[in-house]
Design a protein around this ligand. Structure first.
Ligand code: NAP
Length: 347
C-alpha cells in the first residue's frame, strides 16, 4: 500500500549537494516522515535545520541501514563512499538516488533526467539504485530533448564554462581565498582542488585526462547522453572548462540536426519545453532580457537558454547558450524530482 510519508536519509548531508537537497525537500513539501542526516565521522554532531527542527548529523556506517527503516536515500558522499554504502542501503530495502559518477554507466541502473527519460525510472528495481547524471549533462539534455524528438540530432559540439561549486564546498573556498590573497599581494597560490590557480584563470581540464586526449568529465557527457537518449549514433565532442565563477555552469552548444528546421520553431519548442526558460531578446534595452548569465540563474530550478541562432556555416545547424544552477538542477533538484516520481508511481 502507498505510504503517506517516507523515511529519507541524506548521505553527504553536510556537502553542497546534500544541504541543497534538504532545502529542496522543505521547499517542495516532500512527504518526509523521519529524516536521517549522514556524513563522515568528521561532521558527526553538526546540527542542520529542517522545517524548523535541528537534526544532528550522524556518521554513516555499514550497519546504519539495517538499524533504520529507510525508504529513500538521497546520496552525494563522493564516488568512493557511495560505491561502498549505496549497495548496502539498497540491499536493506531503500531506493538509493545517487549523485556520484559511480553507478551512472551500469547498464542495469537507470540514469535519469525527469524532463527527458522519466519512463526509465521503472528499472530502479533491478538494483534499487537510480543514478543522477553529471551536472553538465543534465543541463545540456533538458533543452536538447524536444529538439532531438522533432528534428533528430546528428552531432553536438559543446564547450562548458563550469563554476567552482561543481567541485564541492572546498573548491568554492579555494577560488575565494586565492582571489583575496592575490588581490592583497599575499604571495603564490597553492592549489589543492584544481590543477592550477583558478582565480583569474579558465582551466581546460576537469577531472583526469584519458589516453584519447579527453578528460573524464568530457567523456561522461558523451557516454551519459548516449545512455539517456538511447541513441549511440549522436556524434558528441565536448570541451569542459573550469571558470572562476562560484555558482552555475554555462554551456555553448552547437547542434547539427538530420531534418531542416525554422529557427522560430526551435524558439517555440524551447519556450514550451518543461524545465526550460528562454531569455533571448538580444536587442532589448533591459540587459536582463538579452541572455542568461550566472548571477541571474543562481538559485533557480529552470535551465535557461539564450543566444538561439542558426549556425550559418552548415545546412541544419544551430547554437545555444545554456546556463543552469549546477548544485540545484545539476544535482539536488534533479534527485528530488526523481524521488517525487518514484513515490507517485512506484513505492
Ligand atoms: P562536497 O561539498 O565536498 O560534500 C561532500 C559530502 O560527502 C560531505 O557531506 C562529506 O561529509 C561527505 N563525505 C565525504 N566522504 C565521506 C565518507 N567517506 N562517508 C560519508 N560521507 C562522506 O561535495 P558536493 O559538491 O556536495 O558533491 C557531492 C557528490 O555529488 C560528488 O560525488 C559530486 O561529484 C556529485 N555532484 C556534485 C555536483 C555539484 O554541482 N557540486 C553536481 C552533480 C554531482 P563531511 O562534511 O563529513 O566530510
Amino acid at each position: 500500500m502507498k505510504k503517506d510519508k517516507y523515511n529519507i536519509a541524506i548521505l553527504g548531508a553536510t556537502g553542497l549537494v546534500g544541504r541543497e537537497m534538504i532545502e529542496i525537500l522543505q521547499e517542495r513539501e516532500f512527504p518526509v516522515n523521519n529524516l536521517f542526516l549522514l556524513a563522515s565521522e568528521h561532521s558527526a554532531g553538526e546540527l542542520i535545520q529542517f522545517r524548523g527542527t535541528d537534526y544532528a548529523v550522524e556518521p554513516v556506517s555499514e550497519d546504519y541501514f539495517k538499524l533504520h527503516n529507510i525508504d529513500i536515500v538521497l546520496s552525494s558522499p563522493g564516488a568512493a563512499a557511495s560505491s561502498k554504502y549505496s549497495p548496502i542501503a539498497a540491499k536493506e530495502g531503500a531506493v538509493v538516488i545517487d549523485n556520484t559518477s559511480f553507478f551512472r554507466m551500469d547498464k542495469d541502473i537507470p540514469l535519469i533526467v525527469p524532463e527527458v527519460n522519466p519512463e526509465d525510472i521503472k528499472y530502479f528495481s533491478n538494483k534499487n539504485i537510480i543514478a543522477n547524471p553529471n551536472c553538465s549533462t543534465i543541463q545540456m539534455l533538458v533543452p536538447l530533448k524536444p529538439i532531438h524528438d522533432k528534428y533528430k540530432i546528428k552531432r553536438i559540439v559543446v564547450s562548458t564554462y563550469q563554476s567552482t561549486s561543481g567541485a564541492g564546498k572546498k573548491a568554492i573556498d579555494e577560488l575565494f581565498y586565492e582571489t583575496v590573497d592575490i588581490l592583497n599581494s599575499k604571495g603564490e597560490a597553492s592549489p589543492e582542488k584544481f590543477p592550477v590557480q583558478i582565480a583569474f584563470n579558465c582551466i581546460p581540464q576537469i577531472d583526469v585526462f584519458s589516453e584519447n586526449g579527453y578528460t573524464k568529465e568530457e567523456i561522461k557527457m558523451v557516454d551519459e547522453t548516449h545512455k539517456i537518449f538511447h541513441d549511440e549514433n549522436i556524434g558528441i565532442c565536448a570541451t569542459a572548462v573550469r571558470v572562476p565563477v562560484m555558482f552555475c555552469h554555462g554551456e555553448s552548444i552547437n547542434i547539427e540536426t538530420e531534418n531542416n528546421f525554422d529557427i522560430k520553431d526551435i524558439q517555440l519548442l524551447l519556450s514550451n519545453a518543461k524545465g526550460v526558460k528562454i531569455i533571448d531578446d538580444i536587442f532589448s534595452d533591459n540587459a536582463d532580457e538579452r541572455y542568461p548569465y550566472q548571477t541571474m540563474v543562481s538559485g533557480s530550478d529552470d535551465v535557461y537558454v539564450g543566444r538561439i541562432r542558426r549556425d550559418l556555416s552548415i545546412k541544419n545547424g544551430m547554437n545555444l547558450w545554456v546556463v543552469a544552477d549546477n548544485v540545484r538542477k545539476g544535482a539536488a533538484l534533479n534527485a528530488v524530482q526523481i524521488a517525487e516520481i518514484l513515490i507517485d508511481n512506484y513505492i
